[in-house]
Design a protein around this ligand. Structure first.
Ligand SMILES: [Zn+2]
Length: 47
């Protein structure tokens, strides 16, 4: 399982929407979370 960085929910990598950011892949529970991440990725990614 992966963790949706936006809402903190566990998501199934096989079914979830994904987005690569700075070489790391992130998974989302819904298009809404994916959209929020794409708007402000730096807000959800801890370096
Ligand atoms: Zn989510």
């Amino acid at each position: 399982m992966a963790i949706d960085p936006v809402c903190g929910m566990e998501v199934d990598e096989k079914k979830a929407a994904s987005k690569e950011y700075k070489g790391k892949k992130y998974y989302f529970c819904s298009p809404t979370c994916q959209w929020a991440f794409e708007m402000k990725p730096e807000q959800f990614v801890k370096e």
